[in-house]
Design a protein around this ligand. Structure first.
Ligand code: SF4
Ligand code: SF4
Length: 427
C-alpha cells in the first residue's frame, strides 16, 4: 500500500472514531463470551467470524496509527499495517456480519461490533474494496431518485393494478391506492413489489386512514454497503417527498433496516431533525386493531403460529410487543420461539448478505440456530416482518424441510379480516 492510500485509510478511521468507538478500541477483555452469541460463528465455527476477532482487525490498525505504544512497539501491542491480507479478512468479517448486534447484547462491556464494522466498511470502500453488488444496488437507487420521471408511467400502471386488487379484496369499488396525494396524513414508504403495498392498502382503506404512496421505496443498499452518504441520499428521496406532500407521519413497511434507517440513522446522517413522526407499519396495525378501526377474526388462520423478531425491528428497534399482540389477535394458537425478544437468534439473512452470492455458504450455515428454534417450537406458520429474514428462512425452510408457511404479518392480518376477497389477498 503506498503512502497516499495509507493516508486515505487512516483519514477514514480518524474521521469515524468518536469517543464511544475509541472506548471500544480499548476495552475488549477477550473473554470470548461473544462467540456463543454470534450465529455466524456458532454456525460455521470459523474463527474469522468471532465478533471480537472481527473488531480486532480494526483495533490493530487503530493501535498502529493512533497510539504511541502501537506506533513504536507494534509487535508488543498487536498493532498492524492494513496490508492486503488484513483487508481481505476485514472484507469477509465486515460484509458477512448481519449487523444483528446479538454479540453486543451479550458482551459484558456492550461493545458494538456491528458499529466497529461500519468503520471497516468505510475503510474498505476507501481502499476500493467495497462490495460491488451492494455498491451497484445503492447507485441504482440514487439514479432512480435523480431520474424519477423515467419510471413514472410504469409505476403508476403497477399502482393501478394493485388498486384493482384492493377493490376486489375489500369489495369496495371506490377503494384507492393514492399516489402523491398532497395533504395526506401518512406517507407509506413501501418496498418494491405489490406484496408490500397491497395488504397495507387494504388495511389503510379499512381503517379509514388518510394516506398516500410515492415513487420511492424504503430499501437502502447504501446502508448495507457502508456508505453513509449514499445511504443518506437514498433515504432523502422519500423524506423530500414527505415534506413536499405535507404529511404528518412516515410509515415504513415490513423491512428491518428500512425502519432503523428512517427512525434512527437519517437525522444523524443529515444533521437535520426529521419534521414528522416515523412509525413502523406494525405499530399502526396494532393501533388500528386496539382502537377497533379494523376487525380481525380468530380462526381464519390454521395451525400453530410463531413469530420471528427481525434483529433491526426487535433487538435494535425495540418493537417486540406490537407484532406479538397483532399475531395473538388473529390466533389463539401462538407459541413464541425460545429464546426471543432481545435474545432472539438472527436468522442469518440480514445486513445485505442475501444479495451477496459469495457468502451463500456462510449464510445458510449460520441459519442453523434459527432452524433449531423453529423445529423446537412445533409451529406450522411463521409470521416474519422483514423481507431479508423471509428470504433467508424460506431457503432454510426448503433445505431443512421444515414445512412452514411463512407470512408477512400484514398478510396474516388481511387474511384474518372479514373481507369478501381476503383469500386472494394472501396469495
Ligand atoms: S464479549 Fe465483549 S469483551 Fe468479551 S471478547 Fe467479545 S467483544 Fe470482547
Ligand atoms: S452483529 Fe451479529 S453477525 Fe455481526 S458479529 Fe455480532 S453477532 Fe455476529
Amino acid at each position: 500500500m503506498d503512502s497516499q492510500q495509507l493516508t486515505t485509510l487512516t483519514g477514514v478511521i480518524d474521521k469515524k472514531m468518536n469517543r464511544q468507538l475509541k472506548q471500544y478500541m480499548d476495552i475488549c477483555a477477550r473473554c470470548a463470551i461473544c462467540k456463543d452469541a454470534c450465529h455466524q460463528y456458532v454456525g460455521t465455527g470459523d474463527f474469522k467470524y468471532l465478533p471480537a476477532r472481527r473488531a480486532e482487525l480494526i483495533r490493530q490498525i487503530y493501535k498502529k496509527y493512533f497510539t504511541k505504544a502501537g506506533e513504536f512497539v507494534p509487535a508488543l501491542y498487536e498493532a498492524r499495517d492494513p496490508d492486503e491480507n488484513l483487508l481481505e479478512e476485514l472484507y469477509d468479517s465486515a460484509y458477512a456480519c448481519t449487523g444483528c448486534r446479538r454479540c453486543m447484547y451479550y458482551c459484558p462491556f456492550s461493545i458494538d461490533t456491528a458499529w466497529i464494522l461500519s468503520v471497516a466498511k468505510a475503510i474498505l470502500i476507501a481502499a476500493g474494496m467495497g462490495n460491488e453488488m451492494l455498491g451497484q444496488l445503492a447507485d441504482a437507487a440514487i439514479f432512480k431518485g435523480d431520474n424519477a420521471e423515467m419510471f413514472h408511467d410504469v409505476m403508476i400502471s403497477g399502482f393501478e393494478d394493485i388498486q384493482e386488487e384492493v377493490r376486489q379484496i375489500t369489495g369496495n369499488p371506490q377503494a384507492e391506492v393514492p399516489v402523491n396525494k398532497q395533504g395526506a396524513d401518512i406517507l407509506y414508504v413501501a418496498l418494491a413489489g405489490a406484496h408490500s403495498i397491497r395488504p397495507a392498502a387494504v388495511i389503510f382503506e379499512e381503517a379509514g386512514e388518510s394516506w398516500t404512496i410515492s415513487m420511492f421505496e424504503a430499501a437502502n443498499y447504501g446502508f448495507f454497503y457502508g456508505d453513509a452518504e449514499k445511504a443518506r441520499l437514498i433515504t432523502k428521496r422519500y423524506i423530500d417527498e414527505a415534506v413536499r406532500l405535507g404529511v404528518k407521519e412516515i410509515v415504513v413497511p415490513e423491512c428491518g433496516h428500512a425502519y432503523r434507517v428512517a427512525e434512527y440513522f437519517y437525522e444523524a446522517w443529515s444533521k437535520e431533525p426529521m419534521p414528522f413522526k416515523v412509525s413502523h407499519i406494525l405499530e399502526k396495525v396494532d393501533e388500528y386493531i386496539k382502537a377497533g378501526r379494523i376487525t380481525v377474526d380468530k380462526g381464519r388462520i390454521e395451525g400453530k403460529v410463531t413469530y420471528h423478531d427481525p434483529c433491526q425491528i426487535g433487538r435494535n428497534g425495540g418493537l417486540f410487543e406490537q407484532p406479538r399482540d397483532i399475531v395473538k389477535a388473529v390466533t389463539d394458537d401462538f407459541v413464541d420461539l425460545a429464546p426471543n425478544r432481545e435474545k432472539q437468534w438472527c436468522c442469518g439473512g440480514g445486513g445485505g448478505i442475501v444479495a451477496m452470492e459469495e457468502f451463500k455458504k456462510t449464510r445458510l450455515a449460520s441459519g442453523i440456530k434459527k432452524v433449531e428454534q423453529l423445529k423446537a417450537s412445533g409451529a406450522s406458520v411463521l409470521a416474519c416482518p422483514c423481507e431479508n429474514c423471509r428470504l433467508q428462512i424460506e431457503e432454510l425452510n426448503e433445505i431443512h424441510e421444515l414445512g412452514l408457511e411463512i407470512w408477512q404479518v400484514i398478510d396474516l392480518v388481511v387474511a384474518a379480516m372479514p373481507l369478501p376477497g381476503n383469500e386472494s389477498a394472501s396469495e
